[in-house]
Design a protein around this ligand. Structure first.
Ligand code: SF4
Ligand code: SF4
Length: 342
């Protein structure tokens, strides 16, 4: 399967590393890294005009990049990418696509931020580590972040500009021992690597999540993603909210139809061949990165989907106001001023 044939995801479904679900490899429901499918809430209001729109008009573009890679060294039960292997041809294609993308970013004359949202684990591949370092050192790059299980070594981070690089780390208790994972997180803190840590809100994870929260530095935000398909009672939700005070945003899918969303205007999804869509969840193609055809298509667009339940999507849904909550940490999921909340 090449990148062009990878299925597009339904908006009500999310991702790996603890995000919810999509139509993928015959599993219509799951995202890697721990994202979900749930009940729906509607944001209270839809402002006619958001002052943060177009990121103050400086041409800043946030890109969610996902190449052909679709494999992982972990074996999480809730993920369709668990222990998948990519053949050498796909790995070569992934590497070439990433290098093309990195070169494209290097040629921009406007601010760019990048979040790598791989279907699987990227940082075990040298080319993602190299791209993170290279992009972090480009003056026009404000942030480069990646979703990761943190199974990789951390020595490569010494070459990066740590004022721009960040990690979205997911803890998978079935795959890594508490102490080993905690040591890695502490190492990130010691090195000064900006990062969030998260976990899927499965009942079996509750004790592990509490223990991790207790042991992590207070300055490290621990997010909790509602589990795919799980309905939480108020008492259950309160237990998770005691770990992640922002759990309420993840507990329910957000009714998004017709509401203003920054995707397709100042945020886009890009696949390995340069195909540009507004987000990972809406199949409509708005252009291509490499022929420049997407640029004329960037404009305010209401969400065409009924709901949005992945953080990497709804964080851009304007009525939710999450740009105020996360500010500079929108892509890597770090609330502004944490451990205080705005
Ligand atoms: S670590 Fe790997 S197997 Fe686990 S959720 Fe993430 S992509 Fe899937
Ligand atoms: S709210 Fe935005 S990110 Fe979510 S599905 Fe709609 S357009 Fe995509």
């Amino acid at each position: 399967m090449n990148d062009r044939t990878l299925p597009i995801v339904s908006p009500a479904r999310c991702e790996p590393h603890g995000e919810p679900r999509r139509d993928l490899y015959g599993d219509p429901r799951r995202e890697p890294h721990g994202e979900p499918h749930r009940e729906t809430v509607r944001p209270a209001a839809c402002p006619a005009e958001d002052p943060a729109r177009r990121d103050a008009g400086d041409g800043h573009l946030s890109i969610l990049y996902r190449g052909p890679l679709a494999s992982c060294d972990y074996d999480c039960a809730y993920c369709p990418f668990a222990k998948r292997r990519d053949d050498p041809e796909r790995l070569r294609a992934d590497r070439a696509a990433l290098q093309r993308f990195t070169a494209w970013v290097a040629g921009r004359d406007h601010p760019v931020s990048v979040l790598f949202t791989p279907w699987g684990e990227a940082l075990v591949r040298s080319w993602y580590r190299a791209a993170m370092v290279e992009l972090s050192r480009l003056p026009q790059v404000r942030r480069v972040a990646v979703q990761t299980n943190l199974s990789c070594r951390t020595g490569w981070l010494a070459d990066a500009d740590l004022t721009r690089l960040a990690l979205w780390v997911t803890y998978h208790p079935s795959q890594v021992a508490h102490d080993r994972f905690l040591d890695k997180c502490r190492e990130l803190s010691r090195l000064g690597v900006r990062h969030s840590v998260g976990i899927v809100g499965h009942p079996d994870h509750l004790d592990a999540a509490r223990r991790l929260r207790a042991d992590l530095p207070a300055g490290t935000y621990l997010w909790v993603n509602a589990e795919e398909g799980r309905r939480y009672t108020d008492d259950e939700a309160a237990e998770w909210a005691a770990i992640d005070p922002l759990f309420g945003y993840s507990r329910f899918a957000h009714a998004s139809a017709g509401l203003a969303c920054r995707t397709g205007e100042s945020v886009v999804s890009v696949s390995g061949d340069g195909t540009v869509r507004r987000c990972h969840f809406i199949p409509e193609v708005i252009g291509n990165l490499y022929d420049g055809s997407f640029e004329g298509a960037l404009r305010p667009r209401p969400c065409p989907a009924a709901t949005c339940d992945c953080h990497i999507g709804y964080v851009h849904l304007e009525p939710l106001g999450l740009y105020d909550v996360f500010a500079e940490g929108v892509l890597e999921r770090i609330p502004a001023g944490w451990p205080a909340l705005p």
